[in-house]
Design a protein around this ligand. Sequence first.
Ligand code: IPE
Ligand code: IPE
Ligand code: MG
Length: 245
Amino acid sequence: MVELESSQVPSHVAIIMDGNGRWAQKRRLPRFMGHRQGVTALKNAVRFCKNRGIGTLTVYAFSTENWARPAEEVSYLMTLMHETFFKEIDELEREGVRVVLVGDRTSLSPAILELWDRAEARTAHNNALILNVAFNYGGRNEIVAAARQLAAKAARGEIDPEAIDDAIFSKHLYTSHSPDPDLLIRTGGELRLSNFLLWQSAYTEIYVTNTLWPDFDEQEFDAALQSFARRERRFGRVPKKGTEN
Ligand code: IPE
Ligand code: IPE
Ligand code: MG
C-alpha cells in the first residue's frame, strides 16, 4: 500500500466495471461466471474505498443500453443484482455504507425497486462511504429526465427558466447528493464513456486499464490512485508555475 497525502486522495471515484464477459471467455466459461466474479471485485473495491477514506464510489453496473443483450444475460444480471444487495445489505449497513440507486427507476421491476427503497432507507444515516449503484443508468436518459423535471416546474411557475444554472441542473440529476467524480476508472481497456456520467465527468480525470473487472484488485486500484495523484487538474487555467513541460 502506497501512502498518499489526503489532499491527493479523490473524494469521489467512479468505475466502469467492464470486461466480465471477456474474463469468462478467456477461461472458456459462460459469460455469467464473469459477472459473478465481478461481484467479488466490487465487494473488494467497496472495502478499499472505505479504508482509503474515499467518500463516494459510483459503479456502473447496468446501462440503459445493456437491455439490448441476450434475454438470458439481462435476466441473470437482474437476478445477480437483486441477490447481491439482498445478501450484502446487513454488512453494508454495519460497515457504515450508504447505498443509493442511481438510474431510471421507471423501467425496473417492482421487486427490484422495493429492495432498493428498503436498502436506501436502512442505510440513509450512514456516512463512512456513499456507494452509488448505477443500474439502468444512462447519462443521456439522466439529462433528459432532469430537463423534463425542470420544464415541468417552469410550466407550473415554480422556477424561473432564467434562474436555471449548472448547480440547479446538477440538483435534478440522479447523483444530486454527490459531488462530481474526481477520478473515473474504466477496466477492460475500451477508450469510451459508454453513456456514463456525461454531465458529471466534465472535469474528471480518466484512468483506463486493460485489466478486466474481475481481476481489478487492491494493487490495481492503488495504481489508479497513484496516477491520479500525479495529475495536474487545470480546469481550463494555465499550468501552475514550475509545472510547465
Ligand atoms: C461489464 O462486463 C458488465 C456489464 C456490462 C453488466 P461486460 O459484460 O461488458 O464484459 P465484456 O466487455 O463483454 O468483456
Ligand atoms: C459499460 O460497459 C456498461 C457497464 C459496465 C455496466 P459495456 O460493455 O456495456 O460498454 P460498451 O458496449 O463496450 O460500450
Ligand atoms: Mg463490456
